[in-house]
Design a protein. Sequence first.
Length: 158
Amino acid sequence: MPVLEVDGKDLAQSNTISRFVGKLTGLYPADAWEAAMCDETMDAVEDLVSDVTSTMFLPEEEKKAKREALAAGPIPSHLKYLQKKLEANGGKYFAGDSLTIADLKAPILLTRMLRSGMLDYIPADLPDRHAPKLVEHYKRVMDDPDVKAYYAKVGAEL
C-alpha cells in the first residue's frame, strides 16, 4: 500500500494521496462537480487495477484462468466505460478543461500497464481494440511537456 509521509504524519491509499498532492499542485479541480468526475475516473481505474493485481501471486493455472476471464469481459467493459466518460467531457480531459490527476492515473497507470505486454494472459492490444480514444489520451498526456520533464527528471522511460 502506498504511504506518503508529510510532517511526520502518514497518509495512505493511492487515490487519497493523489487528491492531496493534486490539491497542492493545482491538478485537482476546485469545482465540486469536476472533482467528482475526477474521483469517479480514479476509482474506476483503481477497481480494475485491483482486479488485475489480485491475480499476481496466484498459482499459474488459476492466474491464467482469472486473467483470461478479465480480458474477456471486465477489462474491455472498464475501458469502454472510461472512454465514454472521456468523450462525454469533450475527449481531451476527464474533468474540466485542463490536466488533472485523473488524466495522469487513467493513461499512465491503466493504459500503460495494459499495453506493456508484461501481464501474462492479458493481450497488450486490449486498449487499442476496445478504447482507442483512451490510447490517444494516453499519448497526449505522455506528450505533455510537464509529464515529459518529470519522466526525464526521474530517469524513467516514457
